[in-house]
Design a protein around this ligand. Structure first.
Ligand SMILES: C[S@@+](CC[C@H](N)C(=O)[O-])C[C@H]1O[C@@H](n2cnc3c(N)ncnc32)[C@H](O)[C@@H]1O
Ligand SMILES: [Zn+2]
Length: 282
């Protein structure tokens, strides 16, 4: 666990500061959280529902696919948005909710050598990867629908990339003047393979719902459309399909459908990278 992130996190049970002693994070009340051998710390409540956590197989597929560089244009746009958001010098750390393998957070930290990053995710398999993804990342397993294990007003830029959004908690942890960078797929994203493979489709009204969820708390100050064509091999198609959720019966049929694809499939990448600011009340 990275010593530099201790100033930003807190005990999720009582809100007190945490200190690290012998690979255990402890608060003054006595709540204790073991640091796993793989470097992450779990602060998940015992009764948390982990049904939406990425499985080890999904994390494997995500690592393979992102490692091929096909989404590097998204990482570049996110790093650019984070750097722009910090142009006026907001203090604090960079945090990512639903950080997965830490791919995007790493790209942002490479761009911002003075900052440390906190990868928050409900999946232990993902957090293992995130903990090792960058020397300035600390990884914490937690539920985005619960109180986040972050102190009030500590995050300069919060990233949310294809992940759950909890506007009230985002507002609490962001410093005044802090920014939220959100990546959402457009209805065209991966359109060519969504139908053939029976993947989940993007709701046309997603953007509208996003604005409604943020209403009264955040306003959009910038938005960039990242859109390009990817030429994917059958293995790449299997990886991109495998990193998302889909029912078992679909996954079974998927193998045969992928085998029937031609050598290379042209697939659309299409996402919005939007930056939001807290609405100031004065
Ligand atoms: C579609 S993946 C995106 C991961 C990463 N942002 C990326 O794009 O590579 C969604 C992530 O959210 C995590 N997740 C799902 N439900 C969650 C929850 N309730 N709290 C925190 N993380 C959650 C999953 O484990 C997964 O890593
Ligand atoms: Zn405590």
């Amino acid at each position: 666990m990275l010593a530099d992130i201790m100033q930003y996190i807190e005990c999720p049970k009582c809100g007190h500061a945490l200190a690290e002693v012998d690979n255990v994070l402890r608060c003054e009340v006595g709540h204790a959280y073991d640091i796993a051998r793989q470097g992450y710390v779990s602060m998940l409540r015992g009764d948390a529902s982990i049904g939406t956590a990425d499985t080890p197989a999904m994390v494997e597929a995500r690592t393979t696919f992102l490692g091929s560089g096909y989404y590097s244009a998204i990482a570049d746009a996110v790093a650019e948005a984070a750097a722009d958001a910090l142009a006026d010098g907001a203090e604090g750390c960079i945090a990512e909710v639903g950080a997965g393998t830490g791919y995007y957070l790493s790209a942002v930290l490479d761009r911002l050598p003075e900052r440390v990053g906190i990868a928050l995710d409900i999946s232990k398999a993902a957090s293992k990867r995130a903990a090792r993804a960058h020397e300035r990342i600390g990884a914490v397993v937690c539920d985005a629908w619960d109180r986040l294990p972050m102190r009030d007003d500590t995050v300069a830029v919060l990233l949310d990339i294809f992940s759950p959004r909890n506007p009230a908690e985002f507002e609490r942890v962001l410093v005044p003047g802090g920014s939220l960078v959100v990546v959402t797929p457009t209805p065209r994203h991966l359109g060519e393979i969504v139908q053939i493979l029976g993947m989940l489709t993007v709701d046309d009204r997603k953007d509208e719902r996003l604005e409604t969820a943020f209403e009264g708390r955040f306003e959009r100050v910038a938005s960039v459309l990242v859109e390009t064509q990817l030429e994917l091999s059958r293995d790449d198609v299997a990886a991109v399909a495998g990193m998302g959720p889909s029912a078992w019966h679909v996954a079974e049929k998927r193998g045969a459908r992928i085998a029937a694809l031609s050598e290379s499939t042209s697939v659309t990448l299409s996402v919005n990278v939007a930056t939001y600011r807290q609405i100031s009340l004065d």
